[in-house]
Design a protein around this ligand. Structure first.
Ligand SMILES: [Zn+2]
Length: 406
């Protein structure tokens, strides 16, 4: 995607990282084996003489010291590599979000050992190794490798789409999916609810101080002849995940929109209940947010309001593939045609806003379809069993311009 023009330097960065990870794996495996051997030995012979025990302790201390040295070295190399990659792409280095190199090592080890699923103990990132399922929706090979590496090198680059409920389809496009869960735990109510988001961690400060936040109550828009959004959606493979904030669908590459000459690719879509946005003060039963990203990293979200009525086939296809457990991702067997989720009348409201959840990053182009699409009460009921309320409160418009199609 946005890193294609920097392929040469990205390759070099990957080589450095690969070397450092390979070194770490070679260094750490024997250490781990030595440690296991020691434990077995102790269990088999608990009555060793004190001098032998002292010698073992000294050996263990030495191993621990070497381990720490090597881990530090890997950490330094990896941090430098991530910084170089981020700088190369013209992005600020996400210092607080730089990935723990130990997570990368764990991930590589898990891949080598053929683990089905591995979760890092860190609160800051969840590392999932997704096994390859026969018949599962396949993704193109090239983006698979590159996006995984990019996420490993500089996770903050895809900030926003990667974080929380707006988590990325970049991840869906990798056999080893890396899904930062947005750092601090956040929710829609209580101590970690919207009023507290900005205080939960420094990266979320825009949630409190931003002046171009979403959602908003859409009113007093100026009626003009807006360019039509050119939807180029086609039947695509998809994976459904309950990420703890919403039901999210990661969509295979190849679905794009074009607006005012700029092209964005669909990354994922997800649901809120009730709708986050209001029209002249009126909320809707639900809303679906289709999150797109351009090659230069700009985000555009198309919101389709959902109103109670007849059953919606795309929503049903998503519900049919709901995973049983939070955090698990289910690959659907049949493709999804998202054209069926769009209203026939494509007139819309548009304004500049933010992600409507942490980290609340701004600079997001919003297009809210004026005409709602119907979903059945049963379909709404299914979602509300999982998420009775997952909408951020309305944010101040702060003088922003809202335009709407005539
Ligand atoms: Zn959303």
């Amino acid at each position: 995607m946005f890193f294609l023009s920097h392929r040469g330097s990205a390759d070099r960065s990957r080589q450095v990282l690969r070397l450092s990870v390979a070194c770490a794996v070679m260094c750490l495996l024997p250490l781990a084996q030595a440690s296991t051997a020691k434990d077995d030995d102790s269990a088999a012979a608990p009555h060793h003489a004190p001098s032998a025990a002292a010698a073992r302790r000294a050996a263990a201390d030495k191993v621990a010291a070497e381990f720490a040295d090597k881990a530090d070295a890997v950490k330094t190399i990896s941090a430098a590599t991530a910084a170089a990659a981020a700088a190369d792409l013209g992005n600020p280095v996400p210092r607080a979000k730089a990935r723990d190199p130990m997570d990368i090592i764990r991930e590589r080890l898990a891949t080598r050992l053929g683990a089905a699923s591995v979760r890092a103990p860190s609160d800051h990132a969840e590392v999932k190794v997704v096994s390859k399922e026969p018949g599962a929706a396949r993704e193109p090979a090239a983006p698979k490798a590159t996006s995984t590496r990019l996420a490993a090198l500089a996770p903050g680059l895809s900030d926003g789409v990667l974080g929380g409920g707006h988590a990325s389809a970049l991840n869906a496009r990798s056999a080893v999916a890396v899904r930062p869960v947005g750092g601090a735990h956040w929710s829609y109510e209580g101590d970690t609810g919207p009023a507290a988001w900005a205080q939960l961690q420094p990266e979320y400060s825009a949630c409190g101080s931003g002046l171009r936040q979403s959602p908003i109550d859409i009113r007093d828009g100026i009626k003009v002849e807006l360019d039509a959004v050119q939807f180029d959606y086609r039947p695509s493979g998809f994976r459904v995940i309950d990420n703890g904030h919403t039901v999210q669908v990661n969509v295979a590459a190849g679905n794009t929109i074009e607006i005012t000459g700029k092209r964005y690719e669909l990354v994922q879509f997800h649901f809120h209940r009730p709708s986050e946005e209001r029209i002249d003060g009126k909320p809707f039963d639900m809303v679906v947010h289709l999150v797109h990203k351009s090659v230069d990293g700009r985000q555009a979200v198309v919101a389709v309001l959902l109103d109670r009525g007849s059953a919606q086939p795309v929503v049903q296809a998503v519900w049919n593939n709901l995973p049983l457990e939070k955090g698990d991702e289910v690959a659907a067997k049949s493709p999804l045609d998202l054209n069926a989720l769009l209203p026939t009348d494509r007139r819309y409201y548009t304004y500049m806003g933010s992600l409507s959840e942490p980290p609340c990053s701004e600079g997001v182009l919003w297009m809210v379809m004026k005409t709602p699409v119907q979903v059945s009460p049963e379909q709404i009921g299914i979602f509300s069993r999982l998420y009775p309320m997952n909408a951020r409160p309305i944010q101040s418009v702060s003088g922003r311009l809202i335009k709407e199609s005539n």
